[in-house]
Design a protein around this ligand. Sequence first.
Ligand code: ADP
Length: 436
Amino acid sequence: MKILLLNAGSSSLKFELTEMKNEKVLIKGSCEKIGSKSSFIKWKTAQKSIKEKNIYLNNHKEAFDFIKNLLLGKNFDKTFEENTIKLKDLSEISAIGHRIVHGGKYFKNARLIDEDVIKKIQELTELAPLHNQAGLNVIFLCRKLFGNSIPQVAVFDTSFYFDMPPKAYMYGIPYEYHKKYGIRKYGFHGTSHKFVSRECAKIMNEDIKNLKIISCHLGNGSSITAVNKGKAIDTSMGFTPLDGVIMGTRCGALDSSVITFIEEKEKLKPKEINEILNKKSGLLGISGVSNDDREIMKSIKSGNDRAILAHDMMDYQIIKYIGAYSAAMNGLDALIFTAGIGENQWIHREVICESLSFMGLKIDKTLNKEKILGETGEISDKSSKIKVFVISTNEELMIARETVKQLNPKNSEKEKEKEKEREKDNVGVYSPSPSQ
Ligand code: ADP
């Protein structure tokens, strides 16, 4: 059974075709900078190396058409033909899984897409305007190209956080804003945290229900999640992916008065301050060098103080989250590092872990330096009370597995029923008991 995965960002469209019999990726790639003159597509088949082509992609539809041609090996630049997979027909694809960023209060699990699901994703575009709308557009394109009969499944970034307790997801603002606008912590990167925490339990040969885990997804966007007994009980990102630790271009947590102060002083509109906090802050804003950790690293080597500060801030904030979440779970069995920085930049792992020696956590420095380039494995010292792992994340595989699960009518019907019950009970919207 072949599953096509589509992950639509505001200016990107990632894709992956997986043979689920052996979970083998047949082709994967991404269209990037869609809508700009410098847009390009890069992809890789199982046998061939990465290919890249500069091509003007005006919108997601053009990107989608290119992907279709790539899958069929049709209407395609001859020089790249050997790098396609040449499906005989699109009907070889059994289902399509979509990564949808915001599932809000509705989606605790993945869902087979029907009109009701579309309506709810649409409603949630207010909370993730660029991402949810891009996801919807691609769902409609798929319907046009594949017809209505191909099952499409939505897998939500926020689902893993559905069971977070209200004390973790509520903000200390007037309660009415929660009721009126759904303002609460939703959490993101859920698919990644879910995947790596399950992999961690597998490696430890333990039932996840017996484990207290903290997973650090450190990439261009970064988040830290506390997973107790398999469930996410708290996470660093919040109402939007802006909260938490300092990231590539995002500021992370800050005193909200800073925002109103800058707005007033610089006479900025909400859209402009939003742009600064999301695109011009973080490692880039502090270092003035780049949002890319590799570039920051180079600058540190040449003694750039602001690059050093950016790194120090990032590591310090991560250490604080790990400390806080260990306390929140009253213990910690395993710490995970994942994503671009977490999997590759051993220096962050070393600095962070050294500060956690008070908890009896100790890494094997040689092992730590060896774990790069997506290699999964343990880096803790034998004497360590807490296991430490580098685990290569695979959100795509997780989405493919969730998609297959929803193809079973028993599962999809059950999910629909449970969703109706949750809506009836207003789950996900905190209601104080009458005594409160
Ligand atoms: P995104 O959040 O966009 O998915 P990634 O998980 O790809 O981001 O992480 C991007 C970050 O990871 C960048 O800061 C980059 O410097 C770092 N990174 C990615 N690959 C490597 C590598 N091979 N070596 C060192 N750093 C890397």
